[in-house]
Design a protein around this ligand. Structure first.
Ligand code: PRX
Length: 689
């Protein structure tokens, strides 16, 4: 075979495709502190992120990242990623204007990095274990098979007119064909937007319209917890209002036959007619890779944009170091691909590292509360990564549901998406992990691309504190800000959590609205990325997340803007005004509490209107967004300028009325007592029910 580098040959000869000529090949030098690293009591990293860092300790690498980020990221990017053209410049960023660009001039293809390079080394290695809803029916897909599936799907997309830069909505639960659909988009340079398959048709339509998607990939039905969900029917309803959609590709998850319309194509049948090879499109580092919609404190969900090289590099690096992944491990992240966790730690992180990744289709309690741990035993999972809400649910059951399964394969446990309370942390660590597996509480966001704060990486044997994310990842420089926008120095302090230096995995923009991107993330604290979260820095410098500082709530680890729920409620013709706040819930973490003002003539039919409101939220957003509580009030607490004081409503809903704070700016402070009394009546009605 001719040793020729290029797209045609890369499929067969991926090693020659590796960028040997990246500009930053100079040997990294240990910082000179007058002591050798051996004398510092720190161990060398056994598998450094780049060979240039052989012999370094974690502390030294952190120091290097802070001092010379381009040296660190340049070396790691040339070593870890497979490029078709080397990059010329490591970064060009300005956090004041929201300009973020990494690995300029470089070209690569994400699917080559996730598939071809591994197929060349070990084609029969298992890439995916599809843990289907029924226990014991798992299916394995090798890297060779996944590449073939991806190419056939990519060719199918091409035949339907999808090309470079076109957007494709993926509305399907986690499954090999969904992963292949994501990778097929990357193969041909199309941009995927995966929409969580629990969202309603209106929510799906809103995302398709905003992204102007050309195609939708879905499946006839979803299967979860023994129930069938008619996904195709939801897509049919959505695309009626989406003129940009030219085709709907429908995979067959169940035997149920779905009526096919003129836009529809049976996916597997179409794929079988396509070639199993598809030349990868060389993409610029900064071309769009995917967009993912997430909630903010105001307005409609925003399409967060991630680009090719920086995102992939960050997902890959964090996957290895935060979870101590080693080659050969079976990585079990139980998130859905509809969320960023599924993107980074079910798909891109593990596949870029050549790992075997688990696709979990079921629920933590199907068919019984031992499901996770039975799966761990059967699949011999080494890293288990899940959400606190599931842990809080499971700890209510007998420990025997855990203990009866062999969990000796487990090496690392991880938690994500919301604060993990002490009780859940202790149970996860003690009962599931038998006090021998490090439990990493990982903090990050859709916008950050990958984990930014986590107990790992740390020097071997370093302490892990319960329910604390603790340490910034390589290259993440954290800052806490006070109310005046000044950096808070010292320890044992709390403030607004910001990141002061750019990192490759960070989002690049909001699709179609760069101004909103700048306003939301860079305006509040100029020169810094503002996360929207508050944090505490302990006496010894470790970080703990204290929660959102804006009107975003977190229901079972799913992020939602209270404004989105209010917008849905406000569409009811008998409801002139609403205000929604988050209140704590012992399993879901938070739930929505809606304060509703009704028109006078309907106050007799409260029950009926509330039922209609619940339906509205389920139809406009998703079932999980339906408020758990509705309180009908005569009026809402407003300032003289007409702004609703949600702070007071939150206190009332949380029954913390002895710490209401300053109410003097209210237009009429007597409204507070009125609402408190209404809330007390509501509580006593609940107690009687
Ligand atoms: O408030 C933080 C919370 O989840 C938000 C990000 O949500 P999303 O973009 O949907 O991504 C979730 C999965 C990465 C954050 O602003 N959050 C995430 N992880 C943690 C957390 N809160 C506390 N502790 C965490 N470990």
């Amino acid at each position: 075979m001719a040793a020729r580098c290029g797209w045609r040959s890369v499929y067969f000869l991926p090693l020659c495709y590796r960028a040997g000529a990246a500009p930053l090949r100079r040997r990294w030098e240990l910082p000179n502190h007058g002591v050798s690293s051996q004398n510092r009591g720190n161990r060398h990293i056994s598998s450094p992120p780049s060979p240039a860092f052989a012999g370094a300790t974690y502390t030294e690498l952190r120091e290097l990242c802070a001092r010379e980020p381009d040296t660190f990221w340049g070396s790691v990017a040339s070593h870890r990623l497979t490029w078709s053209s080397s990059f010329q410049q490591v970064s060009d960023c300005d956090l004041n204007t929201g300009k973020i660009r990494w690995f300029l001039g470089g070209k690569l293809n994400v699917s080559v990095n996730c598939l071809d390079v591994h197929v060349a080394k070990d084609p029969e290695k298992v890439a995916l274990i599809w843990e289907k809803d029924e226990p014991g029916t798992e299916e394995r897909v090798t890297y060779r098979e996944l590449l073939e599936m991806t190419c056939r799907l990519a060719n199918t997309l091409k035949h339907h007119g999808v090309g470079r830069g076109d957007r494709v909505a993926i509305y399907m639960p986690v499954s090999p064909i969904a992963v292949a659909a994501m990778l097929a988009c990357t193969r041909i340079g199309a941009v995927h937007t995966v929409v969580f398959a629990g969202f309603s048709s209106e929510a799906l339509a809103g995302r398709i319209q905003d992204a102007q998607c050309k195609a939708v990939v879905t499946c006839n039905q979803g299967v979860r917890g023994g129930r069938l969900i008619n996904l195709k029917a939801t897509v049919d309803a959505a695309v009626k209002s989406c003129p940009s959609v030219q085709s709907v590709l429908v995979a067959q998850r169940t035997n149920h036959s779905t009526p096919m319309g003129k836009l529809d194509t049976p996916l597997e049948e179409a794929m079988s007619k396509e070639s199993a090879e598809c030349a990868p499109e060389p993409m610029d580092s900064e071309d769009m890779l995917f967009m993912l919609y997430t909630s903010g404190s105001t307005g409609k969900p925003k399409g967060i944009v991630h680009t090719q090289a920086g995102y992939l590099l960050y997902a890959s690096l964090t996957h290895q170091y935060v979870f101590d992944y080693s080659p050969g491990d079976v990585f079990g992240c139980v998130a859905d691909i509809g969320w960023i966790t599924g993107h980074s730690y079910v798909v891109y992180g593990p596949l870029s590292n050549g790992a075997t990744t688990v696709l979990f289709e079921s629920t933590p309690v199907y068919p019984d509360p031992g499901r996770y741990w039975e799966t761990v035993e059967r699949l011999k999972i080494n890293q288990f990564y899940g959400a606190p809400t599931a842990i809080r649910l499971l700890l209510k059951y007998d420990e025997n549901w855990v203990k009866k399964y062999d969990r000796s394969s487990l090496k690392t446990l991880g938690s994500v998406g919301e604060p993990i309370n002490n009780e859940a942390w202790e149970w996860f660590y003690n009962v599931v992990g038998d006090r021998r597996c490090p439990l990493v509480d990982t903090w990050w966001q859709t916008e950050t691309g990958g984990v930014c704060i986590a107990p790992h990486p740390a020097e071997e044997g370093a302490e892990i504190r319960p329910a604390m994310a603790m340490r910034p990842f390589f290259g993440i420089q954290l800052a806490l800000m006070d109310e005046k926008g000044k950096t808070i120095t010292g320890n044992d302090v709390s403030g607004a959590l910001c990141i002061s230096k750019p990192w490759p995995g960070m989002a690049r923009t909001i699709f179609g609205d760069h101004q909103r991107f700048v306003e939301a993330y860079f305006k509040p604290y100029p020169g810094h990325y503002f996360t929207g979260d508050g944090a505490y820095r302990s006496k010894d410098g470790y970080y703990q997340i204290t929660g959102r500082m804006d009107d975003v709530i977190n229901i079972s680890g799913h992020r939602l803007g209270t404004a989105e729920i209010e917008d849905a409620l406000d569409e009811h013709p008998d409801v002139p005004e609403t205000a929604v706040v988050g209140v704590s819930h012992d399993i879901k973490g938070e739930v929505a509490f809606a304060f509703v003002v009704l028109k006078e003539n309907v106050s007799e039919q409260q029950g009926k209107v509330i039922e209609e409101l619940k339906k509205l939220v389920a139809t406009k957003i998703a079932k999980y967004a339906v408020p758990d509580h509705f309180l009908v009030v005569k009026r809402l607490p407003k300032t003289r300028s007409g702004k609703i004081m949600r702070r007071i409503l939150r206190k009332v809903a949380m029954e913390q009325t002895d710490s209401l704070g300053d109410v003097s700016t209210l237009d009429d402070p007597s409204v507070v007592m009125e609402i408190i009394e209404e809330h007390q009546r509501y509580k006593s009605r609940l107690a009687k029910a």
